[in-house]
Design a protein around this ligand. Sequence first.
Ligand SMILES: Cc1cc2nc3c(=O)[nH]c(=O)nc-3n(C[C@H](O)[C@H](O)[C@H](O)COP(=O)(O)OP(=O)(O)OC[C@H]3O[C@@H](n4cnc5c(N)ncnc54)[C@H](O)[C@@H]3O)c2cc1C
Length: 399
Amino acid sequence: MTVTESRTDDQRVGDLIDELLREHPPADTKTSEFLGAQFDLGLAWVHFPEGHGGLGLSPKLQTVINERIFVAGGPNPYYRNPIGYGMCGPTVVEWGSDEQKQRYLRPLFTGEEIWCQLFSEPGSGSDFAGLSARGVRDGDEWIVNGQKVWTTLAHISKWGLLVVRTDREAVKHAGLTAFVVDMEAPGVEVRPLRQMTGEAEFNEVYFTDTRIADAEMLGGSGDGWRVSLTTLMNERVSIGGSVAPRGSGAIGAAVNLWKSLPEERRDAVARDDLMKLWIRSEVGRLTNIRAAQNRKVGVPGPEGSIGKLAGAEVNKDVYELCVDLMGADGLLYGTYEMVRPEIAMGADTLQKAFLRSRANSIEGGTSEVMRNILGERVLGLPGDVRVDRDVPWSEVPRN
Ligand SMILES: Cc1cc2nc3c(=O)[nH]c(=O)nc-3n(C[C@H](O)[C@H](O)[C@H](O)COP(=O)(O)OP(=O)(O)OC[C@H]3O[C@@H](n4cnc5c(N)ncnc54)[C@H](O)[C@@H]3O)c2cc1C
């Protein structure tokens, strides 16, 4: 792309943002209406094709769009539909048919239809490719049976991105197929799973003879692993790759807490701990900026896994320091009454944030698995032991 073309793109996008904010002032416009207009102008995911929420332009322009919209008080589509916006949308646009893109992307972006990710099972989380839920073809439909687990926001979801085993005789990665499933279809049962925060933001989901139309497949039969990689790559960036302003987020909360403490509680050791965490947070932030720059020129590096790993660990350590700094107050907790939140990863107190942060090194791929990826793909260390790679899934021992 020449400099002139790129300037023209900037200008075109700038004009469209002006139009969006002029015609739909954020303060007076319903969130779904604003987001609908943003989608129609191609400013939802600017790198998506025209007519599907984008303009087919460089993704770097999305940062400009988001910044201008947020500064003007516009909504962030991630909060209401984090899994849909961050992971399922990019998967549908890459693997879906034109009909699927047409049907799903707009209400996903506006938050009118929430999405969930139905990957993990009781017997396969890190080893997700070993999953057991089955899909069996029946004419123009597939009949699905099995159990999924840890399904965030399934209780408010309209659609799920589901991966099932459709060929038991293929090796484990080759026998998977991805579908869009209607979470209100007969045979779909969603049960709450309560977390240590007291809330149940995730669920177990049972499929009993659930029928899914063949047209709801993403990619082809047997493409499930490749489809999932699109989702998982986006998940890591979505969870660990955001670039917040310097000193904001968890470390910002810790600094504010520090400032509120009486002088006698601000000892040198705690100050040292806080500074070390501030530096780790800033290094993570700068790494994420570098990763975002690399993604823009089309060479995503290992930073997605680095960001996920480093972000999870520093978040846990920051909130741990917070409850330490709070002293006995850190033990106080509002209520353990079970609630079914409508947003994921929310925490209104530091104590809850501390409990919720424990999940950071599990969700979206555990820290151990991230280290494996970095060890193998970046450092070139010997691979993990994989005894089932060349064996038909049906012959792999499991309990
Ligand atoms: C809050 C939260 C929300 C979630 N939301 C969703 C969701 O919406 N949809 C969804 O599909 N899933 C979701 N998950 C599931 C998540 O992806 C899995 O929990 C995660 O991948 C780990 O799988 P597992 O729980 O089965 O643990 P396991 O894979 O059984 O791992 C157990 C332990 O063994 C370690 N381990 C496993 N394999 C290796 C290895 N090869 N080398 C070294 N150590 C290893 C792990 O690091 C871990 O410490 C969520 C999880 C959490 C905590």
